[in-house]
Design a protein around this ligand. Structure first.
Ligand SMILES: [Zn+2]
Length: 265
């Protein structure tokens, strides 16, 4: 597991629980409730004796008003950020600086833009094909319907502030554009694929919550869209390629899926 190449400053906090017990499938954006630089935020997450302090907090990343990104807890580890262990085991947490004090806890355009790029990068590296936001607390944990959460759902806090809360739909749209997964993108007509010579087509069932399909057999090919858990598809060709043991070509002609996340039925 890697950290974002967008990081400009690293100050690892002792405040974390070690390795996550869940894959990363959620993004939780917070506000600092202050205009901290990424260096100051890093210092706040330190402790006097360098040992974890359960009364203190941390986040995986921070974004400053200047748009710079800090790393405080490796993505592989569970941060102490959202007042919910369950959430923080699966979410990458991001603290964003506020350039005005008090509600709506405004953030700078630079910070908002940097947050979008950071989240897009996190999604790409962790196989999150699409960000989903409905502003619906009852969907916590149902990442096939909503994979962004907010601190105010887990504790009596206004975090991430009304400004960022209201921007969540915009953030999801902008991230999805970068993931090539816009919900509003027109669907591209596809020509059904013919089976490769001598290949006997077979049916698979998707075993991941969401799975990207791509232009070609490998994670180096652009994402065209996603398929969902338990959906069945006919595979007409197999190939090896980056990021999976084997790739399978969809009969629809829509693209290729990793067969690591599909079981023959
Ligand atoms: Zn928060």
């Amino acid at each position: 597991m890697s950290n974002s190449p967008l990081v400009k400053y690293t100050k690892l906090s002792p405040n974390h629980s070690g390795k996550r017990n869940h894959v990363i499938d959620t993004i939780t954006i917070h506000c600092m409730a202050g205009n901290c630089t990424i260096e100051t935020c890093g210092n706040i997450f330190q402790t006097a004796d360098g040992k974890p302090d359960p009364n203190k907090a941390s986040s995986n990343y921070g974004v400053g008003t200047d748009g710079r990104v800090g790393l405080y807890v490796d993505e592989a580890n569970r941060s102490w950020c959202t007042s919910s262990g369950t959430n923080d085991h699966r979410a990458v947490t991001i603290e964003v600086a506020n350039d005005q004090s008090g509600e709506p806890w405004h953030v700078s355009d630079k910070a908002l833009a940097a947050t979008i790029e950071l989240v897009a990068d996190i999604c790409k590296r962790n196989g999150i094909a699409k960000l989903l936001w409905k502003g619906d607390k009852s969907l916590i944990g149902q990442t096939d319907k909503q994979n962004m959460t907010v601190h105010r759902w887990f504790a009596a806090k206004s975090c991430p502030g009304n400004y960022l809360y209201e921007k969540h739909g915009y953030i999801a749209d902008e991230v999805n554009k970068r993931l090539g997964s816009s919900a509003t993108a027109p669907s591209v007509p596809t020509t059904p694929a013919q089976p490769a010579p001598g290949f006997v087509p077979y049916i698979v069932k998707v075993t991941a919550t969401t799975l990207n399909y791509r232009m070609g057999a490998g994670t180096n090919y652009p994402i065209k869209g996603t398929v969902n858990l338990n959906e069945k598809y006919t595979i007409v060709e197999e190939a090896s390629g980056a990021g999976a043991k084997k790739w399978g070509k969809l009969k629809s002609g829509a693209g290729w899926i990793s067969l690591d996340y599909a079981a023959k039925v």
